[in-house]
Design a protein around this ligand. Structure first.
Ligand code: ZN
Length: 402
């Protein structure tokens, strides 16, 4: 094991070109094509990874279909933790790595949602074998990411691992996904409104890297989802195809840029902050995309308030440290451009309507996050990604100088 070597906790992703994904199949009956694909690739032993729910939804049928080709399949059912959640922690990862080793698996088939993919991504990477993504719900944009957020001794770390060899997203299965998971995927996509703003903001103020192509891919994916909101909410095949394709596109845009900027800004930092708090308190985790959707609405509200204050507060003495010590002046000087970009984020009310249309939580109250936690996260969440210069970070650092 450890053929690739542990690379430590890193945040940056490498520059894996999107083309490294050998095959992306988003269609009805996609799973039926997987056994032949495995044969073509010459795999003889596969490790099929599910949780109890996804085994019934897709795992059992796939296990039988792959076995019929003569490929030896070993199924690992990842067990939930004490709160009933499947989480990407030491217990789940070691459970899978041991099964991969005992079975001599040459490929991992990840059948499930985002967390199950993270368990598979890190375990396959550690064992030095590829994994294939078989999403069972259009719930998150991380299926084709290279980073594995895993939980070690209660702390979440994102580790550079591997992206999938291929994605087989079967619409017959995805349309059956519970509506709260579909709404979460939609919420994760809505979050791109604020992540795209924060990325542009960082580029304008600090001269950070910006890739137009990657931003355009992300915005096109986001807008396709917004146009299809009704059909997504009704879980019609067209809507689910649009959402799943958008989630994959968003992942590809991140791979193209090599970092998470296109798809993750202050709204994701709030979501991570809430998640860490829930981990500390031992509370049941909320769905990632549900948090991101509500966080996007909160950030839209805050950013509009900041825009309303005008450029004057940025011209006063500021508390920015190197390398952003001139940020206040730059923000004031490029105020109009920043406000123009801000105008591309919908009003909080519009975001609430979209979230409601998709059937997800529309407020922190519905989500179950307290107003105390929200207020604290708005002051501190930028610290979860110290390398990113979001407007949230700029605003909070400006405040400390007063
Ligand atoms: Zn996300």
């Amino acid at each position: 094991m450890m053929k690739n070597g542990y690379q430590g906790p890193v945040e940056q992703a490498g520059s894996q070109p999107a083309a490294e994904i050998d095959r992306i199949c988003t269609e009805t009956g996609a799973i039926a094509k997987l056994p032949l694909y495995l044969e073509e690739k010459g795999f003889e032993r596969a490790s099929l990874v599910v949780d109890r729910t996804t085994y019934e939804a897709a795992g059992r049928g796939l296990e039988a279909a792959v076995s019929r080709t003569g490929i030896r399949v070993h199924t690992t059912i990842i067990l939930p933790d004490a709160e009933g959640d499947v989480i990407a922690d030491e217990a789940s990862i070691i459970q899978l790595i041991l099964d991969i080793q005992n079975h001599g698996a040459e490929v991992v088939l990840a059948v499930g949602g985002g967390t199950l993919h993270d368990i598979c991504r890190y375990s396959a990477y550690t064992a030095g074998i590829p994994f294939i993504s078989i999403p069972t719900a259009p719930s998150v944009d991380g299926f084709n990411s290279k980073g594995a957020p895993i939980i070690v001794r209660g702390e979440k770390k994102t580790i550079l691992a591997i992206g999938p060899l291929a994605i087989f997203a079967d619409l017959d299965i995805l349309v059956q996904a519970p509506s709260r998971l579909v709404a979460a995927g939609f919420g994760d996509m809505l979050g791109k409104y604020t992540s795209l703003f924060d990325w542009k903001f960082e580029a304008v103020v600090t001269g950070g890297l910006y890739l137009e192509k990657s931003a355009e891919m992300t915005r096109a994916a986001l807008e396709s989802c917004v146009r299809a909101a009704e059909s997504i909410a009704a879980r019609q095949e067209d809507g689910i195809r649009t959402l799943m394709s958008a989630l994959v596109e968003s992942g590809l845009a991140m791979l193209l840029f090599g970092q998470s900027h296109p798809a993750s800004g202050a709204e994701h930092h709030l979501s991570h902050y809430w998640e860490m708090e829930y981990l500390r308190l031992g509370k049941r985790q909320l769905l990632h995309g549900a948090k991101v959707g509500v966080a996007c609405m909160e950030i839209s509200q805050l950013y509009r308030r900041i825009a309303h204050e005008g450029p004057a507060p940025w011209m006063l003495r500021d508390g920015f440290m190197n390398p952003e010590k001139d940020a206040g002046q730059t923000i004031a000087a490029r105020w109009e451009e920043i406000c123009r970009e801000l105008g591309r984020i919908p009003e909080p009310e519009q975001l609430t309507e979209l979230l409601a249309a998709a059937g997800g939580p529309v407020s922190i109250a519905e989500l179950g996050v307290s107003s105390e936690l929200l207020a604290r996260s708005l002051r501190e969440a930028h610290r979860v990604r110290p390398g990113r210069f979001t407007l949230l970070k700029a605003y909070n650092e400006r405040a400390t100088a007063r």
